[in-house]
Design a protein around this ligand. Structure first.
Ligand code: ZN
Length: 443
């Protein structure tokens, strides 16, 4: 008797992340938005005869990528200010532009643009740090992506909230409004040690602990951040966060570029996760996160694009290749972070950092059916000895053909489903809206 399921996807290779490696001629079976089984193609054809089958010859199935750090709405600031160091870029350009233009409409339009780019590039989950989380969640749900919306905490007024207490309560109200929406998740997002007071860190962490949420924070991004803190207070930012009781297994340290041995030991001891954003770190000349050393210390590392204002792509395939290559050069060791480890960072590593390791990040039966198909048929990907190697060193986001989230198809043959038939991600509408914002920003 045929087993009950919704549909089966059969591909030339399946890279489940756990276990490591690639399985040739395998199938993923989906039922009720979840992965029901992962099994050899021949067995799937026998067991699920009569069921809808999606055949993907020459393609590889893998979990949807997890973008562990972004500011999605800043897609509208792509290319707005380039070739500047972090503080000059932030204080001279980005923060003034945000002060003039930031609104719920800006965030909704910017996040829609970012969701279109991310989905087309195989990203199914993003961890966002920005204002107006209600607009972030609306855009993500429309697109059919999984978002972790940051409840931002900063010690200065913003167009979102006059003070941190208001921002926290508005963020928690948004979370309550999206309760029951399976694609909307939340995190506390104190911006950085240089914008958040001791009292606000303590308050944000207390809320995170009470609500069972992750904490998402930029840390040790530049040498200047660390040296300014040390000359002002005698304390390194991570030592300060430890003193305040902020560091723990729910903490995501974004960047973690400038670390001494004691910092690394502290991150490992506290079970902190690191969001590695190599393109952004290079573009702002911040430096190189020592991911090989972090990994050897047992620290979970995920990959992030950061915002499009400092990248300028929301492209995790680009980050995969760059991260794998940089890790080798920084450590002086070609074996330090192999392709499998890098791919794990871009999938399960990110999911675990977000507390979503039981929901997404690998093709494990029982998890949400969040997976993508990458087309290896192009001559640029031939021959194929090891699909994992190709995903890291050869493939680009333009090879992403299909994307499913919760078992629903979101990208079909390289086209956004939510962009078809005048949907919210229709390419012409996205283009027109982006140009209108550009005109205002130039204004
Ligand atoms: Zn950032």
């Amino acid at each position: 008797m045929p087993v009950v399921a919704d549909f089966v996807v059969i591909a030339s290779w399946v890279v489940p992340i756990e276990p490591a490696g690639a399985l040739a001629d395998h199938a993923v079976v989906v039922r009720g938005g979840r992965i029901q089984a992962l099994l050899p193609a021949a067995e799937a054809r026998r067991q699920y005869a009569g069921l809808r089958v999606v055949e993907l010859p020459g393609q590889v199935l893998l979990p949807g990528l997890v973008n562990l750090h972004t500011h999605a709405a800043m897609a509208l600031l792509r290319g707005y200010a380039d070739d500047l160091p972090l503080m000059e870029w932030l204080k001279g350009h980005i923060w003034p532009a945000e002060a003039r233009h930031l609104s719920a409409a800006f965030v909704l339009d910017g996040t829609r643009l970012a969701c279109a780019e991310m989905l087309l590039g195989g990203i199914t989950t993003f961890n966002d740090m920005y204002f107006f989380p209600e607009a972030v969640c609306q855009a993500a749900v429309e697109a059919g992506m999984r978002a972790v919306a940051g409840i931002v905490a900063v010690d200065f007024p913003t167009p979102y909230a006059p003070d941190a207490a208001t921002a926290l309560s508005r963020g928690l109200a948004t979370r309550a409004a999206f309760a029951g929406e399976p694609l909307a998740h939340f995190a506390l997002a104190p911006h950085a040690p240089y914008t958040v007071s001791d009292a606000l860190f303590t308050q944000a962490v207390a809320v995170a602990e009470r609500e069972g949420l992750p904490v998402h924070c930029h840390v040790h991004e530049t040498l200047e951040e660390v040296s300014t803190a040390v000359s002002a207070t005698g304390e390194r930012p991570l030592a300060r966060l430890e003193r305040l009781g902020v560091l723990g297994p729910n903490f995501i340290a974004v960047h973690a570029v400038h670390l001494d041995a004691a910092d690394t030991e502290l991150l490992a001891r506290r079970g902190v996760h690191v969001a590695h954003c190599p393109t952004s770190n290079l573009k702002l000349a911040s430096g190189f996160a020592p991911v090989g050393a972090l990994s050897r210390a047992g620290i979970n590392v995920g990959l992030g694009t950061d915002g499009a204002a400092s990248n300028n792509r929301l492209d995790l395939f680009a980050e995969l290749r760059l991260a794998a290559l940089l890790a080798k050069a920084v450590a002086g060791d070609a074996a330090v972070w192999p392709a499998q480890a890098t791919l794990r960072a871009a999938t399960l590593g990110g999911a675990e950092a977000l507390g979503l390791g039981a929901e997404t990040g690998s093709l494990t039966p029982g998890k949400s059916a969040d997976f993508i198909a990458v087309d290896f048929n192009s001559p640029t990907l031939q021959p194929v000895f090891d699909p994992v190697s190709h995903l890291v060193y050869v493939a680009g986001r333009e090879q992403v053909r299909h994307v499913w989230v919760r078992g629903e198809q979101r990208v079909r043959e390289g086209e956004l489903v939510a962009g078809m038939a005048g949907g919210p991600l229709a390419p012409a509408a996205l283009h027109e809206t982006a140009m209108a914002w550009a005109a205002r920003l130039r204004g």
